[in-house]
Design a protein around this ligand. Structure first.
Ligand SMILES: Cc1cc2nc3c(=O)[nH]c(=O)nc-3n(C[C@H](O)[C@H](O)[C@H](O)COP(=O)(O)OP(=O)(O)OC[C@H]3O[C@@H](n4cnc5c(N)ncnc54)[C@H](O)[C@@H]3O)c2cc1C
Length: 297
C-alpha cells in the first residue's frame, strides 16, 4: 500500500503533523525510533495546558489521540534510508529493511545534543544541567546558576540568565569577553570566573575547578552543539542552513524542504526548539503536506 504521507519521527512535531493529516482522512504512516530529545528530563515546562507534565506523558497522550484515527499506522523502529522515487518516496525501516512507500514525506527527526566533555556533566543533563532557561530556569527558584561557556555565543546565555538567579559565567578557556562585553555582564550582575573546570560533582551541579575551588550550584546552563538525529535528510539531498548550534534542514514558510514533496518540522528544521514550537511547526508541515497532495508541489 502507498501511504499518502510517511512521517519520520513520532514525537511532538511528527504527532502534530500526523494529527492534521489524519483529520483530513489521509493515510499516514508514522515511523518512530522513540529517542525524544528531552528524554533526560522529568517534567516538561512552558507548553500551554501541559506545564509541568512529564514529557513522556505528553507524547503518549498525543500518540493515543492520533492512533484513534483509523487511517493512521504506527511503526516503531528506525528509518534507515529515504529516497525519492516516481510518484513519491520509498523509506527503508530497521534491521529487516522493510520498504514503505509514501506520496509525501515529513521529516520530524529532532536533534542530538553533543555535550561538552566535562566529567560528571552527561549524567546531570536534564536534571541539573540544561540548555534552555525558559524550560528549566524557574524551578531553580532564583538559586545559584552557572553558565558554562562553550563559544563566544555563550554570552547570550550569560546575559539572560540573571533573570532566573545569581549567575556565574564560567569561561573555561572557551571565551574571553572584551571590555565592552565585560561591562555589559557586570551591569547584569554576572560574576565572571576564568578558571578551568575539572568536573561536576554532588546532587545539583557543583563545580570543582582545577585549582581546587568548589563552587556549589543549583543549576548549570550550557549551549550544546546539535545535529539532526538521523542522516536521512542528508541522504535525501535536503539543503541545510547553519544555525547558532548546528545545521538545520532548510525549509520555506510552509515547511517545504528543498526536495520536492518532502517537508520538515520541529527542532531538526528550526534554529531553536521547544515543545510548543515543534507542535506548531508540525501542524504547519502536516497541513502543507496535505495541500500539496491536492495542488502539487
Ligand atoms: C534536557 C532537555 C529538556 C528539555 N525540556 C524542555 C521543556 O521543558 N520544555 C520545552 O518546551 N522543551 C524542552 N526541551 C526541548 C524539546 O525536547 C524539543 O524542542 C522537542 O523535543 C522537539 O520536538 P521534535 O518532535 O522536533 O523532536 P524530538 O522530540 O527530539 O523527537 C524526534 C523523534 O524522531 C525520532 N527519529 C529521529 N530519526 C529517526 C529515524 N531515522 N527513524 C525513526 N524515528 C526517528 C526520534 O527517535 C524521536 O522520537 C528540552 C530539551 C532537552 C535536551
Amino acid at each position: 500500500m502507498t501511504h499518502d504521507v510517511i512521517i519520520i519521527g513520532g514525537s511532538y512535531a511528527g504527532l502534530a503533523a500526523g494529527l492534521q493529516l489524519a483529520r483530513a482522512r489521509r493515510r499516514v504512516l508514522v515511523i518512530n525510533a522513540g529517542m525524544r530529545r528531552n528524554r533526560f528530563a522529568g517534567a516538561s515546562h512552558g507548553f500551554l495546558t501541559q506545564d509541568g507534565t512529564p514529557a513522556a506523558e505528553i507524547t503518549a497522550k498525543g500518540r493515543a489521540q492520533l492512533l484513534a484515527y483509523d487511517t493512521v499506522e504506527w511503526l516503531s523502529g528506525e528509518a534507515t534510508r529515504a529516497e525519492a522515487v516516481e510518484g513519491g518516496f520509498r523509506v527503508t525501516v530497521g534491521d529487516t529493511c522493510e520498504k514503505r512507500a509514501g506520496r509525501r514525506l515529513v521529516l520530524a527527526l529532532g536533534v542530538k545534543d553533543h555535550l561538552p566533555g566535562i566529567p560528571g556533566l552527561e549524567e546531570r543533563w536534564g536534571r541539573s544541567v540544561f540548555h534552555c532557561p525558559y524550560c528549566h530556569g524557574y524551578e531553580l527558584d532564583r538559586g545559584r546558576i552557572g553558565v558554562l561557556a562553550t563559544s563566544p555565543k555563550s554570552i547570550h546565555h550569560a546575559m539572560i540568565l540573571p533573570d532566573w538567579g545569581q549567575t556565574t559565567f564560567f569561561l573555561n578557556g572557551a571565551f574571553s569577553p572584551d571590555p565592552e562585553q565585560t561591562e555589559q555582564l557586570r551591569r547584569r550582575g554576572v560574576v565572571l570566573d576564568d578558571g578551568v573546570i575539572d568536573r561536576l560533582d554532588g546532587d545539583g551541579a557543583t563545580i570543582v575547578m582545577r585549582d581546587g575551588r568548589v563552587v556549589p550550584l543549583d543549576g548549570l546552563f550550557t549551549l550544546t552543539r546539535t545535529s539532526t538525529a538521523s542522516p536521512i535528510a542528508e541522504q535525501l539531498g535536503c539543503a541545510f542552513d547553519e544555525g547558532p548550534t548546528g545545521a538545520v534542514i532548510r525549509t520555506d514558510a510552509i515547511k517545504a524542504t528543498t526536495v520536492p514533496g518532502a517537508f520538515a518540522c520541529g527542532d531538526a528544521a528550526r534554529m531553536a526548539g521547544s515543545v510548543t514550537l515543534a507542535v506548531g511547526d508540525g501542524a504547519l508541515a502536516g497541513m502543507a503536506a496535505h495541500q500539496s497532495l491536492i495542488f502539487g508541489g
